[in-house]
Design a protein around this ligand. Structure first.
Ligand code: TXA
Ligand code: MG
Length: 320
């Protein structure tokens, strides 16, 4: 008997070509059998995602990488050994047998071993790889709780495994290893500092590869997100606020020193950049639940997970 009551149902759903939402350390994923093209087509349809946007293939163990890739470069082995299981996705040249539905028609594939007990249990019990984008409709804020998944996807998902809140709270860091040097396509759960330490140099960030996580309009809640880079902006916006219409999120240390208008709803005051990442998406969803129109988001320092938080806030502020 498994610890997770729904695990057997989840495995059966995957085997039948169905969709299973499951927790990872970053955000919840919407999973399908990575080798079943019909299941993958259904996944894209439910997600509302363009078919040329690749999904990440989740593996249960590091060693499976060889089956998915033409050649595994040394740097891939080194990064996998250091960061897997963990919030790092490696983009590599896909083996010929890899479904081009999963890769969005590309000749490369994104792979990662997630660091969550329930995800690893699911992968072990299923015995295969699970293709999974974040378990939200296309362009919406990624879910970090099972409740958020259910509210977004409803009956379109066959089984939802509830693992509680996701510990990291922002998506995996994506590193493209198919070029002449490693390149970060998306900032995320593995920090640039940690990557630089592993690679011996800070890798370039940004890329031209098709990646919806790179669209400016991504990660936006219904509320308008206003970036706050300094205390004066915050004070000004706060003074204009009408009751219930404006929410604020920012590091405790930065919010503590100013007097905000009582009309402003405090969504979260994380104590560190790591906690900021952990509460970010939950706070943006909560803002929508509360009917808040404007979220004042105090941009954290660009260190550790603060870089990924700043990245997501900027995209959210760009609107949909
Ligand atoms: O933390 C995460 O990465 C979560 C959890 C569920 O693992 N997944 C996630 O998936 O964020 P999704 O689909 O929302 O974002 C995956 C990103 C997309 O931007 C996609 O374009 C990129 O990974 N990606 C996947 N395969 C790729 C490839 N072969 N080349 C370039 N980008 C790729
Ligand atoms: Mg996503």
């Amino acid at each position: 008997m498994s610890a997770a009551p729904n695990l057997d149902r989840a495995v059966m759903a995957l085997q039948r070509g169905g969709l299973v939402a499951f927790p990872t350390e970053t955000v919840y994923g919407l999973g399908a059998d990575a080798t079943n093209d019909d299941a993958l087509a259904h996944l894209y349809a439910v997600k509302g995602r363009p078919t040329d946007h690749p999904v990440i293939v989740h593996l249960g163990v590091e060693e499976s990488i060889d089956a998915w890739v033409t050649v595994v470069p040394e740097v891939a082995r080194a990064l996998a050994a250091r960061f897997w299981p963990g919030p790092l996705t490696l983009v590599l040249d896909a083996a010929p047998a890899v479904s081009r539905v999963a890769t969005g028609g590309l000749a490369t594939v994104g792979l990662r071993v997630p660091d969550h007990p329930l995800a690893l249990e699911l992968l072990a019990a299923f015995g295969g790889a699970i293709a999974a984008p974040s378990a939200n409709r296309f362009g919406r804020v990624s879910p970090t709780t099972a409740d958020a998944v259910v509210r977004d996807l409803g009956t379109d998902v066959d089984v939802v495994l509830d693992g509680g809140g996701c510990p990291v709270g922002v998506e995996s860091t994506i590193v493209d290893l198919t070029g002449s040097e490693p390149r970060v396509l998306r900032l995320g759960g593995v920090t640039l500092e940690a990557l630089a330490d592993a690679l011996g140099a800070v890798p370039p960030v940004g890329g031209t590869t098709r990646a919806p996580g790179g669209l400016a309009s991504h990660y936006a809640p219904n509320a308008r997100v206003v970036l706050v880079e300094d205390v004066d902006t915050l004070r000004g916006e706060s003074e204009r606020a009408t009751e219930g219409a404006v929410g604020v999120i920012g590091l405790h240390a930065e919010l503590d020193v100013i007097d905000l208008s009582d009309a402003v709803t405090t969504l979260a005051t994380p104590a560190s950049v790591t906690e900021y990442a952990h509460v970010l998406y939950r706070s943006l969803r909560e803002a929508d639940d509360l009917g808040i129109e404007v979220v004042l988001a105090v941009v954290p320092p660009v260190e550790g997970l603060g870089a990924a938080v700043g990245d997501r806030l900027r995209r959210a502020a760009a609107g949909r």
